[in-house]
Design a protein around this ligand. Structure first.
Ligand SMILES: O=P(O)(O)OC[C@H]1O[C@](O)(CO)[C@@H](O)[C@@H]1O
Length: 466
């Protein structure tokens, strides 16, 4: 069995530790039976080819070769890679790049460590325009990532960039700076690539956007940025092995799902992911999409209206101890906290003892910042537990590609298991369609005249206060 580093500590979820708000032994037994049933269903779905994300740790060597070759080609002609993509086509690459290169990664010059990765996941012209102003177009490549090939934000950015590049560099040089990642058979990017020779990689059809970070969607940008994508996949593979058992007590993804589900049933409608590392904030944002789009559903699998879902919140420790913790400690008993802690920060700064006569400072002297932030993580979980407020911790030995692969796979499988426990479909997202269609109507897209009309009737009119 491959070596694994991530551990799940759930002591502060248990009734015997935190009292009546915690999960009792008997409940765990009941949850265990439910999990075993869903495990069987997931097995059938996997057999039917519906759970493509579970196969991503074991991708064909040939595909990885192709990804690495394309990354080498792009980095030979450009210093920066701009991803044009949104949602699941953006958040995974951001999460891993931010974790591995640091939240301040844009401040680093591009160099032997790989290309700088910019993820332009918004059609906001102020943001996108200033990004285009800052990069050197001659030394910038663009990865257009859209499974559907029709997402308005991504496709409009592509049109802007294509025209800009062509005007500046001509058609041939423009095409050299592009790569498409999309569905293997359909969509507008496929159509365009038939006419214009742009390299194109496929998103497996059975892998939805938010489960796609370990497919070319995440792997190509990450390889361009110089990250070890094989190590990322190896970590995911090790976690997949560790999550093979149908037994709750032997399967960390299932335990995570059971805890989230158990607490949701008890009215904990909010799940806060709070890594104690600024560089992991992108991971918390990636998880927010995974959890929200997968579990926020109107209908159960039997067709009845249920309107379920636990609201994910992305927080970061210790920063949000001084922003949100007051609410978590004393606000409604509707939250469950998932901490991510680090055994090793990869670097440390010792705190000098500059004022030995000031007690409120001298205790810090001789300690280190890693000791402080680790103590704060422990203290926050303990403080919450003392008020009967549950939390669990994913303990990461350090930040590295293997560990991130483990966490990604763990959370994806936990999400699908939670969907099974809730008896909803965690793989679709019907609720995002209406606003897309109404936007098409507003923007005058052919075929959406009815939506334009609907929009006029829905427009409530303006009621200004000032
Ligand atoms: O990759 P695409 O097709 O551009 O979709 C981007 C995102 O849009 C959504 O469909 C929701 O609007 C997500 O599920 C998806 O990750």
């Amino acid at each position: 069995m491959a070596k694994r580093g991530v551990k799940l500590d759930y002591a502060y979820c248990l009734g015997k530790v935190i009292g009546a708000q915690g999960i009792a032994d008997k409940e765990l037994v009941d949850l265990s039976a439910k999990v075993a049933q869903v495990h069987q269903r997931l097995g059938e779905q996997r057999q039917a080819g519906d759970l493509g994300f579970m196969d991503l740790p074991d991708q064909p060597a040939q595909l990885l070769e192709t990804i690495l070759e394309e990354a080498a080609r792009l980095s030979s002609i450009a210093d920066d890679l701009v991803v044009l993509g949104i949602g699941g086509s953006a958040l995974g690459a951001t999460a891993v790049d931010m974790a591995l290169k640091g939240a301040l990664r844009y401040a680093q010059p591009a160099g032997p460590g790989g290309m700088r990765l910019f993820v332009a996941d918004n059609s906001d012209p102020r943001f996108f325009g200033s990004l285009l102003d800052r990069v050197d177009l001659e030394r910038t490549a663009f990865a257009v990532i859209s499974k559907s090939g029709s997402t308005a934000e991504t496709m409009s950015q592509f049109l802007v960039v294509k025209e800009l590049l062509e005007r500046r560099l001509g058609k041939e040089e423009t095409l050299r700076r592009l790569v498409f990642i999309t569905d293997p058979a359909k969509g507008n990017l496929r159509l365009i690539a038939k006419e214009e020779p742009v390299p194109i990689l496929s998103v497996p059809p059975n892998v939805g956007g938010r489960y796609s970070v370990l497919s070319p969607v995440g792997l190509l940008p990450l390889a361009c940025a110089g990250h070890d994508i094989q190590a990322l996949l190896a970590g995911a593979g090790a976690m997949a092995e560790a999550c093979a058992s149908p037994e709750l007590e032997k399967n960390p993804a299932y335990m995570l799902a059971a805890l989230n589900y158990g607490f949701y049933q008890r009215g904990r409608n909010v799940l806060v992911m709070m890594p104690y590392a600024t560089d992991l904030f992108g991971l918390a944002q990636w998880f927010a999409q995974l959890w929200a789009e997968s579990l926020g559903k109107a209908q159960s699998l039997d067709g009845s209206t249920v309107n379920l879902g636990q609201t994910p919140v992305a927080a970061v420790g210790a920063t949000d101890q001084h922003s949100q913790l007051q609410l978590y400690m004393e606000g409604p008993q509707d939250k469950l906290i998932m901490f991510l802690t680090l055994g090793n920060y990869g670097r440390d700064l010792s705190i000098p003892d500059l004022y030995p006569r000031i007690d409120a400072l001298s205790y810090l002297g001789g300690r280190s910042l890693a000791e402080l932030v680790q103590a704060e993580a422990r203290a926050t979980a303990a403080a919450l537990a003392s008020q009967g407020r549950p939390s669990y911790s994913l303990r990461l030995p350090a930040i590295g590609p293997e560990v991130l692969g483990e966490v990604i796979y763990l959370l994806e499988l936990a999400t699908v298991m939670t969907g099974g426990l809730l008896n909803i479909n965690p793989l679709d997202q019907p609720g995002v369609e209406l606003s897309k269609k109404l936007s098409y109507g507003l923007m005058g897209r052919k075929g959406f005249e009815a939506e334009a009309k609907q929009m006029r009737s829905l427009d409530a009119g303006d009621q200004y206060l000032i």
